[in-house]
Ligand binder design. Sequence first.
Ligand SMILES: Nc1nc2c([nH]c(=O)n2[C@H]2C[C@H](O)[C@@H](COP(=O)(O)OP(=O)(O)OP(=O)(O)O)O2)c(=O)[nH]1
Length: 355
Amino acid sequence: MGSWAEQPGGRSAGEGRRDGAGPADADAGASADAEVPRPRSRVVEVVAGVIRDARGRVLLTRRTEGRDLAGLWEFPGGKREPGETPEAALSRELHEELGIDSEIGAELIRVPQIYPDKRLVLDVREVRAWRGSARGREGQALAWVPPHKLASYAMPPADRPVVAALEQPDRYLVTPEPGDDDEAWLAALAAALAAGVKRVQLRAPALSAADPARWHRLAAAAAKRGRAAKAELLINADLALARELGVGAHLRATQLRGLSERPLPAELPLAASCHDARELQAAQALGCDFAVVGSIKPTPSHPSVLGIGWEAFAALRESVSLPIYAIGGLGAQDLADARRHGAQGVAAIRSLWPV
Ligand SMILES: Nc1nc2c([nH]c(=O)n2[C@H]2C[C@H](O)[C@@H](COP(=O)(O)OP(=O)(O)OP(=O)(O)O)O2)c(=O)[nH]1
């Protein structure tokens, strides 16, 4: 195991509660109604790798007894030592822990996360190539897991966004108002789906208020197209319509306060728009599958609203383990920045809507 690699933190300066968190703390970290801990102002830098076998299965290792988060499954890796590059640190850890030689590839996601006793950044890389036969050199159990089964393993809170980054869409399209031409709107939606968009929020606040019957017809037609394209659709705000159409729902932040339990069955996706840590925790406690946070940059529709920027996004991200899309003035060109600050990806109207 590497020694602690610590960097001066910047965002919160409270005292740590204690050291040596155990499995119960992993749950506390994941639980949304827990208060946001105020750990020591330091950031522990951890690098971890996505190692795949010839069948595409991903290697997880189980944290051994006597360490924090014992018994939970994780991506192999460990703490970065002072002066080490992330690539060198990960290669060293994989050799020490598994006895393999590795070539470190692309960045997947960097997840900032608050634990009861520390602040952590989990920097996850693809392992491009590796040699040797992986074995638990420190007594840890190994599991080769098909990607779609990763979410069923108990993992530390910082790993939930990592599993989402591996498995779920990096773009979340939010529809614009349909205007006068329903067919043109449906054709644009079909083009977006054909271009590979796999997650869509059907949102038309003006039309749904002015002409609910027309919006219902249009949403039903959109749901049909979404199903055919195997995309996930979520209706903005209207839970009754979501249930009627058998699609998900995207809650407004103001709806979170009025809900005490998940308003849809587990098989229907649920998301929420959030603006601060409290709303994110409410969304997580409710069982939302993901959240949307913004505005990151000023947008043409709200030019006078200054964006919160990526650092503020990352500071919000670390208080929950939900996957979170960043929104506000963003497009596909911002995906790398988004992942570097812990986002699942970008949500957008204009930049993802074919004109
Ligand atoms: N390697 C790895 N660590 C993770 C993941 N998710 C996650 O929260 N962590 C946390 C657990 C630890 O707090 C830290 C990794 O540190 P480590 O494995 O080198 O530390 P350790 O507990 O053996 O070391 P120590 O505190 O006893 O010195 O990062 C993950 O997917 N992989």
